[in-house]
Design a protein around this ligand. Structure first.
Ligand code: TRP
Length: 332
């Protein structure tokens, strides 16, 4: 048995990974899988709150799975599974729901946001989203969860539900999960529109699956100013951003060449962007090809999720059995 701390992370099966994710969360996950007893799952039950079509549901799950595996999540190292392959989570969710109150669920920020975004579909799954998330975590007795700012409240709810269960049944059963802090600060990848951060929705992102043509088009369209007017002037944000990306994908010589050109006012942004696009393509191509290969490899994918589900179920069935006993279900 592993003595490492149990950590759980849910991955939303929506959208594609961009370079910002790659050098952010994904890089941290890759490291975390070695430092902890890591459980990663694709949150496909959760994704039903937005009513995907059956075909979209499957393709989205398959796509995120392929992308994370291509980036280096290792099914031999971590437990990687689909949320819907662990029905024990659904049972725990049902049980936790009995002690989750309408008022507190309605007050959750993510619920209020979602209700505003999809007023025509304010379903009970949305309302109880934090309960399912709590079940995801405590079913494994996880100590820690890596969470971004937007998930802090949901994790707080998970702690609340764990604590409430313990108090209600006068047991010290569930661990109260706290945030997992990644050791080092990572480089934030800026967007191509002059903004601080690469994102999915802002239309400023370079995705791992982008082909050469798309990358060239996006980079050539990236925001720039009219150029430096005096030597060694400070770079405006959008130019700094391009250099930040160049620092990651280009050679030091290339960065120095364009940095010098900026400083002596001879830089031609068109040339800089052309070079940057080619360097991004060089970086992206092997990952993009790997994603495509894994996505197409049904045998491998089915092996991965089967193995993950088997590993995940060992602890989960034990939890459910014990929880049932604690609650008072007794076999006749
Ligand atoms: N709510 C998380 C998100 O939107 C996904 C998620 C579901 C999750 N269950 C989880 C994350 C359990 C961590 C632990 O990103």
């Amino acid at each position: 048995m592993s003595e490492k701390e149990i950590v759980v992370s849910g991955i939303r099966p929506t959208g594609n990974l961009h370079l910002g994710n790659y050098f952010g969360a994904v890089k941290n996950f890759i490291k975390m899988q070695h430092d902890t007893n890591a459980h990663f799952f694709i949150a496909d039950y959760h994704s039903l709150t937005t009513h995907p079509t059956p075909a979209d549901l499957h393709n989205n799950v398959r796509q995120v799975l392929a992308e994370y595996l291509a980036c280096g999540l290792d099914p031999e190292v971590a437990t990687i599974y689909l949320q819907s392959d662990l029905p024990e989570t659904a049972e725990l969710y049902l049980l936790l729901n009995m002690n989750a109150y309408l008022g507190e669920l309605e007050r959750t920020t993510s619920f209020k946001d979602k209700a505003r975004q999809q007023p025509e579909n304010v379903n009970a799954g949305l309302l109880t989203y934090p309960v399912l998330m709590a079940a995801d975590i405590i079913i494994h007795g996880a100590k820690k969860v890596p969470v971004g700012k937007d998930q802090e409240q949901n994790l707080e709810m998970a702690r609340k539900f764990a604590k409430r269960f313990n108090r209600m049944y006068n047991v010290d059963y569930f661990e109260e999960p706290i945030p997992y802090n990644f050791g080092e600060e990572l480089v934030k990848i800026p967007g191509l529109d002059g903004s601080g951060k690469m994102g999915k929705s802002e239309g400023n992102g370079l995705f791992l699956i982008d082909d050469d043509k798309t990358i060239r088009k996006k980079v050539m369209k990236a925001k720039t100013d009219s150029g430096p007017t005096f030597e060694n002037s400070e770079k405006p944000q959008e130019i700094k951003n391009l250099f930040t990306i160049a620092n990651i994908v280009s050679s030091q010589d290339t960065v120095k060449f364009f940095d010098d050109a900026y400083n002596n006012c001879s830089i031609r942004y068109g040339d800089f962007k052309k070079q940057l696009a080619e360097d991004i393509i060089t970086f992206n191509t092997p990952i993009r090809e790997k994603i495509a290969a894994i996505y197409a490899d049904e045998v491998y994918l089915s092996k991965v999720v089967k193995m993950g589900a088997e590993k995940a179920r060992i602890g989960a069935t034990k939890t459910i059995k014990e929880v049932r006993e604690i609650i008072g279900f007794k076999p006749f």
